[in-house]
Design a protein around this ligand. Structure first.
Ligand SMILES: [Zn+2]
Length: 285
């Protein structure tokens, strides 16, 4: 049995879905609002794919984490409430999917607070976790999150297990690391209008990569944090692949499917002990 996790838990799987909808394209260029084909491809995520994903998760009896930009949340209030009512986590994903690295500190703080208030208004609780749009934090992000009471971030790639990260000004945050290998976008991200030209992959390719990753962390007793985007993973053959992947993982012994916030709580309350890894701030001449 793993020495890392409590009880009979050998390894942890967190399924996470970033519901970008149209927000990421509109942040890049407001003119994309006049591209109905692009908008329809993006809107497929919240409008069509999310209900199918929720039914898939119910069918497998697992809970997941959904990171939702404030703009997508306020334009899909019933979806946000449905996600929470069905036992899933609602996390923060910016307001209009602004990568913090591209913002001034004032802009970043405003997007954080705006996104939080929208989610709080819909489900009655502030999000406890944050996933950075485009996975690019600014050098202020961790401190901003800690000051606002977030318990975890999920935007860094410094380990496979969760870790503590120095958030500055005496704060610490739990980090639930991600990686491009365990993300659907590199396999499926194709949108010529915005320059994304990854040839849509055979779903067996990410299935095999993710299954191999899961098998490896099942062996080592670590954490498998998978990121997906409903407008990508929600296509029919891809959803069938995800269902088959979950089915496979459930055949393996002592696998805990958890929401990100529950894993972060295990770290925050000391149930799980993990190292501190300071964010690298290289100094160069
Ligand atoms: Zn996103």
């Amino acid at each position: 049995m793993s020495e890392r996790w409590p009880g009979n838990t050998r390894c942890v799987v967190t399924l996470s879905f970033d519901i970008d909808g149209v927000s990421s394209y509109l942040f890049r260029n407001r003119e994309f609002a006049r591209f109905p084909s692009l908008m329809s491809m993006a809107e497929f995520g919240p409008s069509v794919a999310v209900p199918r994903i929720l039914d898939l998760l119910d069918g497998r009896g697992v809970h997941a984490s959904f990171f939702i930009p404030g703009y997508v949340a306020e334009t899909h209030p019933d979806m946000v409430r449905e996600i929470a009512d069905r036992g899933h986590e609602v996390g923060h994903h910016g307001y209009l999917h602004e990568p913090p690295a591209n913002l001034t500190p004032v802009e970043e703080a405003r997007a954080l607070d705006r996104g939080t208030e929208i989610i709080r208004g819909l489900i009655g609780a502030a999000p406890r976790g944050y996933r950075s749009p485009s996975w690019e934090l600014s050098e202020d992000s961790l401190e901003f999150l800690a000051e606002r009471g977030f318990i975890y971030d999920s935007s860094l790639m410094g380990d496979v297990m969760p870790y503590w990260v120095d958030a500055g000004a005496g704060h610490q945050l739990v980090e639930l690391p991600i990686h491009w290998e365990w993300d659907d976008f590199p396999y499926f991200g194709f949108a010529p209008a915005v320059g994304a030209r990854n040839a849509p992959s055979d779903p067996e390719v990410p299935f095999n990569v993710w299954k191999a990753g899961f098998d490896a962390i099942h062996e080592t007793g670590e954490a498998f944090n998978l990121t997906m985007h409903p407008h990508q993973i929600g296509r029919p053959a891809r959803l069938a692949m995800l269902d088959r992947l979950i089915e496979y993982m459930q055949t393996r012994p002592d696998v805990a499917f958890m929401r990100c916030e529950d894993v972060a709580s295990w770290v925050a309350d000391g149930t799980v002990s993990v190292p501190m890894r300071n964010p690298l701030r290289p100094e160069i001449d």
